[in-house]
Design a protein around this ligand. Structure first.
Ligand SMILES: [Zn+2]
Ligand SMILES: [Zn+2]
Length: 145
């Protein structure tokens, strides 16, 4: 699969502004995920994330809440959110050094397009998948590692 190289230098925040985030470096991938936990997180749709090295992201942590969940494939994932307004900020799988930053928190989202669709088998019948994305029934190992 071909992943186009996207260099990041972006800032963002939650809806109320209590959590701020800065991200730099190369995007490892850009993903759309339809797993059941992501559908709960969004209220019924997919999450859209920029996958980056843990070291390339800086949070203002004062209002950052954490919730640990187990993914459909059994890995532990810590979801990060604003404790004040509930905005989803990111998800961190325990076994890889990557963070999935929810693209909606960034001020500039124009660079984003999903390259990988995950858990397509869990998507509702009305969902349409982005053109040119690589579609996976569950999770691609290449994107997870
Ligand atoms: Zn907030
Ligand atoms: Zn998911």
């Amino acid at each position: 699969m071909t992943i186009e190289e996207i260099r990041l230098d972006h800032a963002g925040s939650c809806a109320c502004g209590a959590v701020t985030v800065k991200v730099k470096g190369l995007a490892v991938a850009m993903t759309e995920c339809w797993c059941s936990a992501c559908q709960k997180e969004t209220g019924g749709s997919a999450t859209h994330s920029v996958i980056v090295d843990d070291d390339d992201i800086v949070f203002d942590r004062a209002s950052l809440g954490r919730f640990e969940r187990v993914s459909d494939t059994g890995r532990k994932v810590t979801r990060l959110f604003c404790r004040e307004c509930g905005t989803s900020i990111a998800a961190r799988p325990e076994d890889v050094p990557y963070t999935g930053l929810r693209v909606g928190v960034l001020e500039d989202r124009t660079f984003f397009r999903p390259q990988i669709v995950m858990y397509a088998r869990n998507a509702p019948h009305w969902a349409g998948f982005p053109e040119h994305a690589n579609i996976f029934d569950t999770q691609p190992e290449a994107a997870a590692r």
